[in-house]
Design a protein around this ligand. Structure first.
Ligand SMILES: NC(=O)c1ccc[n+]([C@@H]2O[C@H](COP(=O)([O-])OP(=O)(O)OC[C@H]3O[C@@H](n4cnc5c(N)ncnc54)[C@H](OP(=O)(O)O)[C@@H]3O)[C@@H](O)[C@H]2O)c1
Length: 262
């Protein structure tokens, strides 16, 4: 069991803190810039709270789960010691953690939102480290949290991060915009949600390409044009619909008649 100090009191710290306590149980404390937030999370996790300005406890691993833009500052202000220092950001490189000699990343590929502590035991965790010591320490902790641990370097992580943004954030945003369309016309926006959830399950069962349905996959250009006519009040969404439909049409061997905007 490694001794882990968690820095941060937000969403990632909440879910990772719970997972660590359920896993190897090795949290030695929660540190934050706001002592009230740190106390609240520490008491929930049955550990000790520290203000970032006070002396921090000895640890094998210091996991910095703060906003991406704050990682460098926080790392710079932690006294240099023997601990491996890691962040939890998919996009961040290891140089954010300079001047610490053993640096790493532990990035959960999942949206960590407010709510009940999430079960991370099957969530893919990406780790990386600049030294054998850092990689071993992070692999040990990650393996105690999840059965799916992947070691990826920074370039690979950047690609996975971009792919995750495309495949997770964009559909969710498109759902929100589509719900707004319905709401504006007095239609219950939640009628879309069961199908959205069911689609994620189909993707898990049979893969994304097989799960895809709809007029663009079938090549029903007439239906697509009816949809576009419905979107004239929202040119931005209309353009996104046309561009994505064009991609799907071509991927499935249908013609978009040479117009990416149909
Ligand atoms: N949420 C996710 O879905 C998710 C998933 C994977 C990885 N991550 C990564 O996890 C990290 C934290 O994200 P989050 O979602 O947990 O963010 P969050 O909920 O917004 O929490 C941000 C935390 O950073 C602290 N913070 C912000 N600026 C700071 C500063 N200058 N000095 C010290 N602490 C500061 C905040 O402290 P206060 O409480 O005082 O504001 C808060 O505890 C990020 O690197 C993110 O990329 C997040």
């Amino acid at each position: 069991m490694s001794r882990t100090l968690l820095i941060g009191t937000g969403r990632a710290a909440f879910h990772l803190g719970h997972a660590i306590q359920r896993g190897d149980g090795g949290l030695v404390g929660i540190a934050g810039r706001n002592i009230e937030h740190a106390r609240e999370l520490a008491s929930e996790l049955d550990t000790t709270a520290f203000h970032l300005n006070e002396a921090l406890p000895d640890a094998d691993l210091i996991l910095i789960a703060v906003s991406d833009d704050a990682i460098s500052d926080v790392a710079m202000n932690i006294p240099a010691g023997d601990a491996v220092v890691a962040h939890t950001s998919g996009a961040g490189d290891l140089d954010k953690l300079l001047p610490h000699p053993d640096r790493g990343v532990l990035w959960p590929i999942i949206a960590l939102s407010p709510g009940e502590p999430m079960d991370l035991s099957r969530v893919p965790l990406v780790i990386d480290g600049n030294s054998e010591h850092a990689r071993t320490t992070l692999m040990e902790l990650a393996s105690s949290l999840s059965v799916r641990v992947n070691a990826l370097d920074h370039q690979q992580r950047e690609l996975v991060h971009a792919a995750a943004a495309i495949s997770l954030n964009l559909p969710t945003y498109l759902l929100a915009r589509s719900q707004q369309l319905l709401q504006d016309k007095g239609i219950d926006p939640d009628i879309l949600v069961p199908a959205f959830v069911a689609m994620a399950r189909r993707v898990e069962a049979i893969g994304a390409l097989e799960a895809l349905t709809g007029p663009a996959r079938r090549g029903d250009l007439g239906t697509i044009h009816h949809h576009l006519d419905r979107l004239t009040d929202d040119p931005e969404l209309r353009a996104a619909y046309a561009r994505l439909s064009s991609m799907i049409l071509r991927a499935h061997g249908h013609s978009d008649h040479g117009h990416t905007d149909l």
